[in-house]
Design a protein around this ligand. Sequence first.
Ligand SMILES: Cc1cc2nc3c(=O)[nH]c(=O)nc-3n(C[C@H](O)[C@H](O)[C@H](O)COP(=O)(O)OP(=O)(O)OC[C@H]3O[C@@H](n4cnc5c(N)ncnc54)[C@H](O)[C@@H]3O)c2cc1C
Length: 578
Amino acid sequence: MKTLPTVGAVIIGGGWAGLLMAKELGLRTSLSIVVLERGAPRNPSDYANAMDELDYAIRMRMMQDLSQETVTLRHNASQRALPLRQHGSFQPGAGVGGSGEHWNALCPRFLPDCFELLSRTTEKYGAKTLPEDHSIRDWGVTYNELEPFYTRVDKLLGVSGKAGNLKGKLIDGGNVFEGPRSEEYPTPPTKVPYIAALFRDAAKSLGYHPFPAPSATLSQAYTNPDGISRGGCTYCGFCGRFGCMVGAKAQPTTLLLPIIQKRKNVVLRTGAWVRRILFDSAPKSTARGVTYVDATGEEVFQPASLLFLSSWTFNNTRLLLLSGIGESYDPSTGRGTVGNNPTHQIATNAATAFFDQPLNRFMGSGSAAMFISDFDGDVFDRGTLPFLRGGTFGARGYGFQPIANFGVVPRSVKPTWGSEWKKAAVDYYDRTAVIGFTGEHFAYKSNFMDLDPTYKDTLGDPLLRLTLDWRDNERRMADFARAMNAKEINPSAALRRSDSTRYQTTHVQGGTIMGNSPQHAVVNPYLQHWQLPNLFILGGSTFPQNASMNPTPTILALTYRTADAIIDRYLKNPGPLA
Ligand SMILES: Cc1cc2nc3c(=O)[nH]c(=O)nc-3n(C[C@H](O)[C@H](O)[C@H](O)COP(=O)(O)OP(=O)(O)OC[C@H]3O[C@@H](n4cnc5c(N)ncnc54)[C@H](O)[C@@H]3O)c2cc1C
């Protein structure tokens, strides 16, 4: 194995989290930094011809190669897990920028009580109302502590939106249920697609509080505090699963890479697949560096003083397990912390509606939408509803491409084949709209991740095994979402189980969670490993459970907070930050 000279910091994974940390440390310190990204190099100019549904959205050009490494999945511990050989319910990216290149750029903040879920829910409803098997936790950080960092994220990305709660003052037209924000969004909301406007007007007439989705795809030209300028969106409709053709969508390659590339103290190595984090337990507990396989297949040891694990939920968890760092969670005893609390999202169509008029739904952006949060978190009077928490309803005009979205017709169209069906499918292609719902997913003791005893990756290392299913709280929430049909046409099928074949979201969290105690958490509230203080873990793997909304602003806000703590305190006095 080749051993390289020691560097100040090594960052595993070059997505939003890893590259933001590289930018902050690169600009604000003199540390020598190496980012190890196992995928290919990428540049914004790569997307000039990216409007190709077959290549990008059906054949998944931007995603991780599942023939090299995948996860195995089962619903409960008595089953044998099987490997996912096709992209289904989640679509992790590979290559510089990670999934942040092909994301949809919806940029909401989490509701304040999400960060104190256990204590707030217990206080209000009593411990007995929580599901028996739950393992929900407080995060160890509050919304108010995170707010200044959320504001920095908004400015970094130039988020387009309208505040609904400015320093405690509620503002009609914004999300009046959000936590107080210290500043208005940097840019005004994006254009409202036709279907979203219909949803907004209907929701308003029913007394709800529709608001434009916060979007990191810009409504207008914007220059961020780092001096990076981008133009406004052209609403071409190629966002999620595509890199942005005009650079309006915030992506790590547009916002972070240009700065990193100018820094002499930051090096980005692509094709570098990290396999292990090496550490010493004595004389003191410290991470020493990483081993990786480079693009030529050679095994390399990269020693470093500081280590950042930012390779997304599954890979963060798996790398700790493969490296033997911490104790693997055992659901039968409740011992161990690595692999506990995986959560996903309840993402479902509340209704599919058919209209007489065309909706122009081929246009739009991944985050051009209207939402209501009137049934999110704990903001509403739940009366006798048989579940806790809730979610967000919305209508999005994200650009419905023809291959994936063709063939949805009202149930009354019979037969379901032949020329009459084909004619109906063409007629309804642009007259079909979806009301979507995304809801919270609780953490449970019997959902967990560990190393698969049977299946291995292309390098011979065990795959990550995911044991995950919904419980009654999630099933009832999904039933509630479907019962919202104001003018039901095609109700969605009842969703009883977590389904790996149907795309839901790539918002899978947990596995290396944060918290105030090493008894149940892998990292402290500064995302610092409880036992190895020079190892920091970034990304959704540190969320104790998921909120109903999209995670990336929270991932980035936590990354900023950690960067500040390292620069202001750790580098002056290395050791535990909490
Ligand atoms: C289709 C889609 C739409 C989305 N839309 C939204 C949205 O609208 N709003 C939102 O908030 N979020 C959205 N997300 C989620 C968002 O993309 C992620 O939250 C975000 O990209 C996570 O950033 P990350 O840096 O933690 O991980 P990633 O972006 O996954 O980056 C991790 C990187 O680590 C690399 N890596 C993995 N293992 C190794 C290893 N062993 N060695 C070296 N490198 C490794 C990977 O190749 C990858 O580049 C979406 C995701 C997808 C897939």
